[in-house]
Design a protein around this ligand. Structure first.
Ligand SMILES: [Zn+2]
Length: 101
């Protein structure tokens, strides 16, 4: 599979603000089997959304909610999230736009 890089990649404290992959996903991209690449792309597009982003109300995907032991958000630098919004994770776009702690 071709890299989903959109040629405006910018490492925004652990997540790319162009293609929304984490730096871990980008650095291992070539080594991932195509099935895993497609799964990551589906996660980024929230095709199998687990919840609604509390900030933008768009579909969002959380690996923990899917029963996995880690989440993509563990790979990025911690962000300041709004107080009281701990109920649900932000989507990749919103989380990456938050200031780091
Ligand atoms: Zn959002």
């Amino acid at each position: 599979m071709k890299s989903p890089c959109v040629a405006k990649c910018k490492n925004n404290a652990g997540i790319c603000s162009g293609c929304w992959r984490t730096m871990t996903e980008i650095s291992h991209w070539i080594a991932y089997p195509e099935q895993q690449q497609l799964a990551i792309m589906a996660d980024i597009k929230a095709i199998n959304a687990t919840h609604q982003c509390p900030q933008c109300q768009q579909p969002a995907q959380c690996d923990i909610s899917e029963g996995k032991s880690t989440c993509w958000c563990f790979d990025i630098e911690p962000r300041q999230t709004l107080a009281g919004s701990s109920s649900a994770c932000l989507c990749r776009q919103c989380l990456s736009s938050m200031p780091t702690i």
